[in-house]
Design a binder for this molecule. Structure first.
Ligand SMILES: [Zn+2]
Length: 208
C-alpha cells in the first residue's frame, strides 16, 4: 500500500545556506548541465538518504527495485513555468517509480492548488507524500487477486491522485495484490518454488 513519508532528509547548515543564496531559479539547476560540483554533491546526498529510507514509490506504493530503481521526483514540478524555487526544498523531493513519473502521468503537471511562498503552507491538489496520510484519503478492498483502491471521505486529493497515477487500473490493482501476497508469504516464510511467478511479478514488474 501507499505509505506516508515519515522521514526527514537533512543537509548541513552550510549547504542550506548556499542553496538559499541561489537565485534565478529556472528548474535547470537540478539538471547537471552546468556540471556544478556543489549541485552534484547535494543531489547525491539526497539520493542516498532517500534510497536508505524509501523502499516504495511515493505515489503508487509499488516497490522500488529491479527495473524500477526510482527517480527523485519534484512533487511540485520544478519547470520554469511551475515552481522552480522549490527545486531543492527537501519536502518536495521523494522517489517515484518510472511508471508514476512518466509525462503521460505526472510529468510537469500542476500539483499546487494555492501557492504560498512557504512550501509547507501551499495547498496541494494531490495526496502529498509527506504531508498527507494515505489512509485518510484512500480505501482498499482486500483480495488475493486484485486490491482495488477507492476514494475515502470524498477526498478530492484522492480523486486527483487516482486519476493522475492510474491507481485504479486493473494492472495496478493486480500488482498491488501480488506485492501484498509476496510480503505476507515472505513474513510467514511460506514462499515456495510454486511462487516463482509471484516473486517475479513483485520484484521485476514491468512498466508499461
Ligand atoms: Zn509509482
Amino acid at each position: 500500500m501507499i505509505k506516508q513519508a515519515q522521514y526527514n532528509l537533512s543537509l548541513t547548515r552550510n549547504e542550506l545556506k548556499q542553496l538559499a543564496q541561489m537565485k534565478d531559479w529556472t528548474g535547470k539547476q537540478w539538471e547537471n548541465k552546468s556540471k556544478d560540483e556543489f549541485i552534484i554533491s547535494i543531489k547525491t546526498k539526497i539520493r542516498r538518504q532517500l534510497e536508505d529510507v524509501q523502499k516504495t514509490c511515493c505515489y503508487c506504493g509499488l516497490k522500488l527495485r529491479g527495473t524500477s530503481k526510482g527517480d527523485i521526483d519534484h512533487i511540485a514540478a520544478k519547470a520554469r513555468f511551475r515552481h522552480p524555487e522549490f527545486t531543492f526544498t527537501l519536502k518536495n523531493l521523494a522517489l517515484a517509480c518510472g511508471w508514476s513519473n512518466t509525462s503521460e502521468k505526472k510529468g510537469t503537471k500542476e500539483t499546487i492548488a494555492k501557492k504560498n511562498k512557504v512550501y509547507s503552507k501551499c495547498e496541494f491538489l494531490l495526496v502529498h507524500p509527506y504531508f498527507d496520510n494515505p489512509v485518510d484519503h484512500y480505501e482498499w478492498t482486500d483480495s488475493d487477486i486484485e486490491i482495488l483502491i477507492q476514494v475515502k471521505n470524498n477526498s478530492s486529493k484522492a480523486s486527483f491522485s487516482i486519476k493522475m497515477f492510474g491507481l485504479d487500473t486493473t494492472e495496478m490493482s493486480e500488482l498491488r495484490a501480488a506485492q501484498v501476497s509476496y510480503e505476507k508469504k515472505k513474513l510467514e516464510q511460506t514462499l515456495s518454488v510454486n511462487d516463482e511467478d509471484l516473486v517475479k511479478r513483485t520484484m521485476e514488474y514491468k512498466q508499461p
